[in-house]
Design a protein around this ligand. Structure first.
Ligand SMILES: Cc1cc2nc3c(=O)[nH]c(=O)nc-3n(C[C@H](O)[C@H](O)[C@H](O)COP(=O)(O)OP(=O)(O)OC[C@H]3O[C@@H](n4cnc5c(N)ncnc54)[C@H](O)[C@@H]3O)c2cc1C
Length: 381
């Protein structure tokens, strides 16, 4: 029987991707994590299945589809391997989508096909050492020269930085102009003057790379500015609004696996002569997790379907990210508790989920920033 709140094609997509994840991704997730290994084989297979073209214009090789489908896909990937989900989401929703929504015809023709078949990996570089939540405080500058621009400055915490062939970079023309001074560019990698350094010691999502980018007079051709001068802030905020739906979906996937692994373990682990699943304390944790995961999933799908219906979705997307990321962190915590001491040692799924969950409350707008966005909407006249 199909799920009444999903269409037939969405139900089929979930089944297809879940089978793939169970067969090919989940069994290798622990090794990708321990070795900090980019899952190239998986990325190639996802591109062969057409998933990197989801929601992207069919005129440029995309496969169209809905944000709800994208959320389902991201959730299922995260259920098997959170690192793969963030690699996928950063590539598609922050880089490919940026060009799809705001790029010129020439930019779309030049860059979308390679991003859709994943022969080129995409990244998005906004954050800087002195500008995270306060994105308008960026100090990376752009200046004009003949036929183009020069970029100078430092970005950090950039997902996919090690593998990227294309990076969307946000720079300012003049820090005194605030949001109105921000512009967006497509940088092809390698680029003369651009140094990319992987940042070590990351707590979770270790199979994805996170890098510092140093720009020293990096030349960008005139044709590689996205949109009009001064439009960078607005375009970037729009991309982050959409991206939050996928972080919510990633959170749901992590929480779902925390629940499933806890159910399985609690049925096989015995204490005091019975399975620990017989104890009411364990059952309470499982029941709470299942209820919260389902609520987080519904809020996530709702934000996706609002966007698909071209209705205001931004506040709901913030609520979905805020709530689902909390559920991911709390579910991973409960999963580790249910796994007891075994869950405290790698390679154990509860240990990995616990480390992977936390970042969902930090990137693409921290939980504090989501509350500010939601409250601002509630209080507006
Ligand atoms: C693994 C990882 C991958 C990432 N990938 C990318 C990427 O691909 N591209 C990219 O551009 N960035 C990326 N980021 C950066 C991420 O988006 C930022 O870390 C995030 O926006 C928070 O910024 P910050 O770390 O500078 O924290 P800060 O902004 O310094 O915040 C520190 C604390 O202060 C709180 N705070 C800040 N302002 C307020 C306020 N007004 N009211 C209340 N509390 C406030 C925050 O909520 C937080 O708790 C990544 C980060 C991580 C950890």
């Amino acid at each position: 029987m199909s799920d009444p709140y999903l269409t037939e094609s969405e139900t089929l997509l979930r089944k297809t991707i879940r089978d793939f994840v169970d067969r090919e991704l989940a069994p290798n997730a622990s090794s990708y994590d321990l070795n900090e290994e980019f899952p190239s084989t998986i990325i190639k297979k996802l591109s062969e299945l057409g998933f990197f073209g989801l929601t992207i214009d069919t005129n440029y090789g995309g496969t169209a589809g809905s944000t709800t489908q994208l959320a389902i896909l991201t959730e299922e990937l995260a259920r098997g391997c959170a690192s793969t989900a963030v690699i996928f989401a950063s590539h598609l929703s922050l880089c490919t989508k940026y060009i799809d929504l705001f790029g010129s015809d020439g930019q779309k023709r030049s860059y979308l096909p390679g991003l859709i078949n994943a022969s080129t990996i995409g990244a998005f570089a906004l954050s800087e050492p002195d500008a995270g939540s306060d994105a308008v405080a960026i100090k990376t500058t752009v200046s004009d020269i003949d036929n183009g621009f020069l970029i100078n400055g430092t970005k950090h915490f950039i997902t996919n930085g090690r593998e990227a062939g294309i990076i969307i970079v946000i720079a300012t023309r003049d820090t005194n102009l605030g949001s109105k001074g921000m512009e967006s560019f497509i940088i092809e990698v390698p680029a003369s003057g651009l140094t990319i350094t992987p940042q070590k010691g990351k707590m979770g999502i270790r199979a994805s790379s996170t890098c510092e980018l140093h720009f020293n007079n990096v030349f960008v051709p005139f044709d590689n500015r996205i949109g009009k001068p001064g439009a960078g802030f607005e375009m970037t905020m729009r991309i982050l609004d959409i991206g939050r739906i996928l972080i919510a979906a990633q959170s749901v996937g992590i929480a779902q696996m925390a629940l499933e692994s806890s159910i399985n373990y609690s049925k096989t682990r015995t204490a005091f002569g019975s399975a620990i699943s017989d104890f009411q304390a364990i059952q309470t944790m499982l029941a709470n997790m299942a209820t919260e995961v389902e609520a987080a999933r519904l809020l996530t799908y709702r934000s996706a379907s609002l966007l698909d219906a071209q209705l205001p979705f931004e506040t709901t997307a913030s609520m979905a990210k805020l709530f689902a990321s909390k559920v991911a962190v709390e579910s991973a915590d409960k999963a580790l508790q249910i796994h007891g001491g075994a869950g405290y040692f790698a390679p154990n799924i509860a240990e990995r989920l616990y480390r992977d969950a936390k970042v969902t409350q930090i990137y693409e707008g921290t939980s504090e920033i989501q509350r500010i966005i939601i409250a601002r909407k509630l209080l507006e006249d």
